[in-house]
Design a protein around this ligand. Structure first.
Ligand code: GDP
Ligand code: MG
Length: 258
């Protein structure tokens, strides 16, 4: 295993979960604590980037122009922009490879709307191409305060689970916004099935929904048992050391497996 091989980090998560803000915070952290990362923005529709990107999809495609030209709505515009960009992925890879000697982490921000990246051919091509170059960790960013109800928590975790099985890559769930709400409740629900059941029951009387969720949480138990999680705040920077600890652990484990 080569220890100085760089690592790709791909940020994925629901719109508003804090991917871009976390990128900014990680970027600043690496500049201060380690080596400067190499940063790639894959969101064509972001209006203001809070960090300096080395490669920016917006330099190649104008998503508003794409909308007009192909007569598309916003989501179609973003998806088509991503497709157009993907045709030039080889150029991105060759730029990235030139930095491999001097860079420890390559960071990739993805479009706000998660499904545009996770359920598109381009998203899969980008992810798989990156994974073929260097060890790649998919970071699933969660809006912790907005996932504090058991039902929302479970649907968010089902989504995370589907992405893990789809990508089959080293995976880390980053519970973000812990400056607002700590992620201890999430860890408890993942480690202790009974605790989750109690939270469900506290939500109201037994209903069809609750019994469905009961069965689903049994399924998720298997997923949780292998899951790597960390709490962070993109706002304050808390948890970033732990974040990189888990990223490196994910890479190590991956190396040991193959
Ligand atoms: P993205 O769509 O996933 O890229 O999300 P953004 O990074 O654009 O963040 C969405 C909103 O959440 C913004 O208003 C951010 O300021 C806010 N936000 C992001 N991270 C944090 C955090 O750690 N704590 C708090 N309090 N707000 C955050
Ligand atoms: Mg964003």
């Amino acid at each position: 295993m080569s220890t100085n091989e760089p690592v790709n980090i791909i940020m994925i998560g629901m719109a508003g979960s804090g991917k871009t803000t976390l990128m900014q915070r990680i970027n600043a952290y690496l500049h201060e604590q380690k080596k400067a990362p190499y940063v790639v923005n894959l969101d064509p529709a972001v209006s203001k980037l809070p960090f300096q990107a080395n490669i920016d999809i917006r330099d190649t495609v104008d998503y508003k122009q794409v909308m007009k030209e192909y007569n598309l709505g916003p989501n179609g515009g973003i998806l088509t922009s991503l497709n157009l960009f993907t045709t030039k992925l080889d150029q991105v890879i060759s730029l990235v490879e030139k930095r491999a000697e001097t860079t420890e982490y390559f960071l990739y921000d993805t479009p706000g709307q998660i499904e545009i990246f996770t359920w598109s051919a381009s998203g899969a091509i980008i992810t798989n191409t990156l994974a073929a170059t260097y060890p790649t960790v998919v970071v699933y960013v969660v809006d912790t305060p907005r996932t504090a109800s058991p039902a929302t928590f479970m649907s968010n975790m089902m989504y995370a689970c589907s992405i893990l099985y789809k990508t089959q890559m080293p995976f880390l769930v980053a519970f973000n916004k812990t400056d607002v709400v700590g992620h201890e409740f999430a860890v408890e629900w993942m480690e202790d099935f009974e605790a989750f059941q109690r939270a469900l029951r506290a939500q109201g009387e037994e209903s069809f929904m609750n019994s469905l969720m009961h069965s689903m949480s049994l399924v998720l138990d298997e997923f949780y048992s292998h899951l790597r999680v960390v709490g962070v705040s993109a706002m304050t920077g808390q948890g970033l050391e732990g974040f990189f600890g888990k990223v490196d652990e994910a890479v190590r484990e991956y190396h040991e497996e193959f």
